[in-house]
Design a protein around this ligand. Structure first.
Ligand SMILES: NC(=O)c1ccc[n+]([C@@H]2O[C@H](COP(=O)([O-])OP(=O)(O)OC[C@H]3O[C@@H](n4cnc5c(N)ncnc54)[C@H](OP(=O)(O)O)[C@@H]3O)[C@@H](O)[C@H]2O)c1
Length: 212
């Protein structure tokens, strides 16, 4: 599949682009700075320069699937969370519908769809933005999966996860999030589902094969 990765220069995004490439897909890394192109050129991975705060419709040339893994980051003002995590994601969904994209995977966050009132600021603000973008996707006509990983770590992936509609809070490596996205991409059992994702004891392939 030709997969547009929005947030490709990010920590999950860059891992994902390489995993997709290794798995025989054609990732298109959406980055917003000229100097970020080089790190993908080196591996003959296609890039597109585009910014979620501008018109980025040109990024959707012949795209089969979109993964949204962008984020405003923890060090930006609250207003930027709305601009990127909520509005940027919603625009990416709208553009996908316009361009006739079939598949959309949203990297959301664990508990973005529940217990919102239990979070204090600024986390409540972040979860609210994530929740609104996720809801917009659920109401779209795309074959979506909302993937809700727990706290992300940079340790090496174990290849073993839990992927369910509801799990108690734990963490997950970015490595394993990227691997799960590659596995879910053409897994129809994940269409129309919102799945929480955490480190677990079951190999990723088996977890995905067990989806019903
Ligand atoms: N941190 C956690 O524990 C946690 C837990 C669950 C879910 N998540 C979610 O997981 C996702 C990925 O996390 P991560 O750690 O990989 O994030 P990350 O490393 O911060 O990457 C985010 C990417 O978004 C890009 N971006 C920001 N503004 C943009 C814009 N205007 N146009 C285009 N791209 C833009 C950034 O571009 P630049 O590289 O140019 O800055 C960056 O590459 C995020 O949505 C995050 O909210 C995080």
């Amino acid at each position: 599949m030709r997969v547009l990765v929005i947030g490709a220069n990010g920590q999950i995004g860059s891992r994902l682009v390489h995993r997709l490439h290794d798995a025989g897909h054609n990732p298109v890394a959406m980055v917003r700075k000229e100097e970020q192109v080089e790190r993908f050129n080196e591996y003959e991975i296609e890039t597109v320069l585009a910014d979620l705060e501008e018109d980025f419709s040109h990024a959707y040339q012949d795209i089969d699937a979109v993964v949204f893994t962008a984020g405003s980051g923890a060090d930006t003002p609250k207003s930027q969370t709305k601009v990127i995590d909520r509005d940027g994601a919603m625009k990416a969904i709208n553009e996908s519908e316009k361009a006739g994209v079939d598949r959309f995977i949203m990297v959301s966050a664990l508990k973005a769809n529940r217990d919102l009132e239990t979070w204090s600021e600024p986390m409540q603000h972040y979860y609210d933005a994530k929740a609104k973008a996720d809801e917009h996707l659920r109401n779209s006509n795309l074959n979506y999966t909302v993937l809700m990983p727990g706290r992300l770590t940079n340790e090496e992936g174990t290849g073993k996860v839990e992927l369910k509609e509801r799990i108690d809070s734990k963490s997950i490596t970015r490595d394993d999030v990227a691997s799960v996205i590659v596995g879910l991409l053409d897994e129809e059992q994940s269409y129309g589902k919102s799945l929480e994702l955490l480190q677990g004891e079951t190999p990723i392939e088996q977890v995905i094969a067990n989806l019903t």
